[in-house]
Design a protein around this ligand. Structure first.
Ligand code: SF4
Length: 317
């Protein structure tokens, strides 16, 4: 079985060639309720290990067939940072990747291991999951292996965010009735305010989950996004945009809404009815709304808001 898949086109990351660091079986230190893979006991070490040379040979061949790639993505049927030769693999990919960027999609659990921490510093882009900041909720949603502590993970993400020079994305996946309480949002908000990242992607269950859990509707995610501090660069990522119920907004309401939470084109199409979308376009053409790019995603903000707030990395201002 090849360790390479794709290319796939992702709005968030561009054209990506994926590397599966656990191609034969699921090997993960979490057993998340929402996992797209089958349930499996959380483990802390990989027992089925793909040789590095196999991965490099597969990647070299795939890059010859698909030369126009934006990112090479390290992922797994499980957690890619559990791959024992990750450091050497990253070094070798960096030598052959040319203009492509190297990205990893991680659940963050191994970041408190200094070796993994230092390896991830060598990547161009890192996506770290953070589904909960309260220990009880973390255990309920991510079902981690024994000994994995959410406070150590948050501290490692915070430290990493201070020195990482690439693009850092945080991802939160919401499950109805599990990590969406006001208490959970307040704890996540507090943790995120200390993390310097380029974007915070919030999403929900939109593929068949490992366990019987439910996702949120787009409008619910949107309401929830407004509970976070408005300076946080939150981006709603959800295939449930289509299930939204568009509302009518006046010009002033549009500006106030964007002031509270910058929106993407997908959000605008989901939230605004046709008349409001025309009004939005008029405000844009009059320069009252400004588009800004945050790592491949365009957000719209009131122009006044951009000038009003002081610059700070990791926020919209
Ligand atoms: S971290 Fe990813 S692979 Fe592991 S259980 Fe959670 S969703 Fe599945």
């Amino acid at each position: 079985m090849s360790t390479i898949f794709g290319p796939v086109h992702s709005r968030r990351f561009g054209v990506s060639l994926g590397i599966d660091l656990s191609a034969s079986t699921k090997q993960c230190n979490f057993d998340c309720l929402y996992c797209e893979l089958s349930p499996a006991l959380a483990i802390t070490t990989q027992h089925s290990i793909t040789p590095i040379d196999t991965i490099i040979d597969d990647l070299t061949a795939a890059l010859q067939t698909h030369p126009k790639i934006d990112v090479i993505t390290l992922t797994a049927n499980g957690e890619p940072t559990m791959y024992p030769y990750l450091d050497e693999l990253v070094t070798r990919i960096n030598e052959l990747k040319g203009n492509c960027e190297l990205l990893i999609l991680s659940n963050s659990a191994c970041l408190s291991d200094e070796k993994v921490f230092n390896t991830l510093l060598q990547l161009d882009q890192v996506k770290l999951s953070l589904d909960a900041a309260i220990p009880k909720t973390f255990k309920k949603i991510d079902r981690p292996a024994e000994g994995i502590d959410i406070h150590s993970i948050i501290d490692a993400i915070r430290r990493f965010s201070l020195i990482f020079t690439g693009k850092l994305f945080i991802e939160i996946l919401f499950v109805r009735g599990v990590n969406d309480s006001l208490e959970d949002i307040a704890a996540l908000n507090k943790a995120l305010l200390d993390i310097h990242c380029d974007r915070i992607d919030i999403g929900t269950v939109d593929r068949p989950p490992a366990y019987a859990v439910e996702g949120l509707e787009f409008n619910e995610l949107y309401t929830l996004s407004q509970l976070f501090d408005p300076t946080l660069p939150i981006h709603i990522v959800s295939r449930t945009h289509a299930s939204a119920h568009p509302n009518s907004y006046s010009a002033e309401e549009i500006l106030t809404t964007l002031d509270k939470r910058p929106l993407t084109q997908d959000d605008i199409e989901a939230l605004f009815d046709t008349k409001s979308q025309h009004c939005f376009k008029k405000l844009l053409s009059e320069g009252k709304i400004t588009p800004i790019e945050r790592s491949n995603v365009i957000f719209y903000l009131p122009t006044q808001n951009i000038h009003r707030k002081a610059p700070k990395r990791g926020s919209f201002s």
